[in-house]
Design a protein around this ligand. Sequence first.
Ligand code: IDP
Ligand code: MG
Length: 140
Amino acid sequence: MAERTLSIIKPDAVARGLIGEILRKFEAAGLKIVAAKLVHLTPERARAFYAVHEQRPFFASLTEYMSSGPILVSVLERKGAIMKNREIMGATDPAKASPGTIRREWGKDVEKNAVHGSDGAETAASEIAFFFKPNEIHSS
Ligand code: IDP
Ligand code: MG
């Protein structure tokens, strides 16, 4: 059965004109884009999205960055979508990401690493609901 995951193209990647390149990677990996929109998070919304990282030392910097400009949020669907997306994203730190992955190609550093992807079934469900109403998602 098809699974869904939430993807975010982060502010610096949107600003650098990489939306098309990154969406192309998703489609090439069989990840179908079933919802998408540009969103400019307020600092409060960014802090809510990353609440799980509240105690981490990079929380203030991360949420400031994520609210610094528009992001492209999308819902991706395929069998095993969550793990497939994490695979093509690459490791959190672009310097440690495998060649050919999105973060290796376009991530600037461990914070400005081009993309976010849900890390499990529960986070995928809650992250999708954070951005999209059910009638904004278009499965075939
Ligand atoms: P992930 O995005 O690969 O799942 P997480 O550990 O969940 O990685 O961290 C969430 C986000 O926080 C990362 O994508 C990155 O933008 C930022 N981040 C993670 N670790 C660091 C760090 O050590 N310094 C600065 N930012 C970080
Ligand atoms: Mg994570």
